[in-house]
Design a protein around this ligand. Structure first.
Ligand SMILES: Cc1ncc(COP(=O)(O)O)c(C=O)c1O
Length: 399
């Protein structure tokens, strides 16, 4: 039955913009007045600020997070027939970038507690590869991968790490290192739903290496340097001045928004915990309420910036729960319903159901809830109460 309550969107960008309009509008007028839309001082200033924020020597703006991955792989010389290890439970772009270069994604499963790449799985996959050229972990949902474990394999096989940090800007790993500052490159997305979102598409690559940075700057601009001389074929993937201005203005608020997201996550944790839920250290059948909250990083040096707050419910009731949330006007999403090893376009790689059980279970059981910074206590309570009541009433199904 439908509700009279106001809708609670999955993300309310208008609420954020209302607090920033006065700061951002003059900057957009500046760009319009300058008529300097591509490159220039606004981009330079934002790149410097991002390098400082991430603790790297260089930051290279580009047109999207997808292109940040593609340009990184190109700059590291990945080409046809090469193998790159990556998770299957991630957004498509992670593997799409590998595939576009004619290289082969080598899938690994996730750790079901953290949703991050399983480190033992990476090592096992590496031992089977004949042309392994890179490892591409994803810091999924805003939590860092186990970078020390991944570095051990990367050193053993002498391959670089490309961090997909699209969902994790401002997040630190178990040793307190900023994501994007650990691998050979770090790839960020400024898609509007990210914690630092632009007014359109945008991306950025971080690196400590001057040679890599120089090559990535060339690659994002048709491989051109000097003007009209092309030593290699690149792409048109520049971050425009308008995006750079908006993102630069938002950057000082980023950590505050992450803290608000963490508070929201704590509130959900408490509400779901009080109703009898456990966290992903356990299984759905282990607690009074078959609902799992996301487990927190175990290291106090690490943080979770909660680009997404995903719960798990039994697969048998997940779609009915979603239909109920639609009726109750509560925004939500499934990240991601089909893991990449089962996607039609990657069929030729031979992935079949059962290959990566933890990725497949997460795809069938997860639901992402509203977690944006401006969410009110009343909204959080309604989300948690609606879900716990539904799961309680249907909890005999499939657990
Ligand atoms: C993990 C991951 N990688 C890459 C991307 C690609 O970023 P963009 O949408 O900016 O191309 C995204 C964006 O959703 C993502 O979540």
């Amino acid at each position: 039955m439908s509700t009279d309550h106001d809708p609670i969107p999955l993300l309310d960008l208008k609420a954020q913009y209302a607090t920033l309009r006065d700061a951002i509008e003059p900057l957009m007028h500046d760009v319009a007045d300058s008529q300097w839309f591509i490159g220039g001082p606004k981009l330079d200033a934002f790149e410097i600020a991002m390098a400082e924020y991430c603790g790297t020597s260089h930051a290279v703006g580009c047109a999207s997070g997808s292109d940040a991955l593609l340009v990184s792989l190109m700059a590291l010389g990945i080409s046809s027939g090469d193998e790159v290890i990556c998770p299957s439970y991630t957004f498509f772009a992670t593997a799409g970038a590998i595939w576009r270069l004619g290289a082969k994604p080598v899938w690994v499963d996730i750790d079901p507690v953290t949703y991050q790449c399983d480190v033992a799985g990476i090592d096992a996959a590496a031992s089977q590869c004949k042309r392994l050229k890179a490892i591409l972990p994803v810091h999924l949902f805003g939590q860092a991968s186990d970078m020390e474990g991944i570095e051990a394999t990367a050193v053993k096989y002498d391959v670089p790490i490309i961090e997909d940090a699209a969902q994790a800007i401002g997040c630190r790993d178990a040793s307190g290192r900023m994501v994007g500052s650990i691998g050979a490159t770090g790839c960020f997305s400024f898609f509007p739903s990210k914690n630092l979102g632009g007014f359109g598409d945008g991306g950025l690559i971080t690196t400590h290496c001057s040679d890599l940075a120089a090559r990535m700057r060339r690659l994002r601009n048709h491989g051109m340097e000097p003007k009209y001389i092309h030593h290699e074929v690149g792409l048109n993937s520049r971050l425009d001045a308008m995006q750079a201005a908006v993102l630069h203005a938002k950057l000082p608020y980023l950590d505050g928004w992450a803290a608000a997201r963490q508070r929201n996550a704590n509130d959900y944790d408490n509400m779901f915990g009080d109703a009898g839920a456990g966290d992903t250290h356990g299984g759905l059948g282990d607690f009074d309420l078959p609902l799992l909250r996301p487990a927190r990083p175990t290291s106090s040096a690490a943080n979770h910036i909660f680009n997404q707050y995903c719960i798990r419910v039994p697969a048998a009731i997940r779609e009915d729960l979603r239909a109920h949330l639609v009726e109750q006007k509560i925004g939500h999403e499934v990240y991601y319903p089909v893991p990449l090893h089962l996607q039609p376009c990657f069929k030729s790689l031979g992935g079949v159901e059962g290959d990566l059980p933890h990725s497949e279970a997460a795809a069938n059981e997860s639901v992402a809830l509203p977690i944006y910074a401006e969410l009110t206590m009343e909204q959080k309570s309604r989300v948690a109460e609606t879900i716990t009541a539904f799961v309680k009433a249907n909890s005999t199904a499939g657990v």
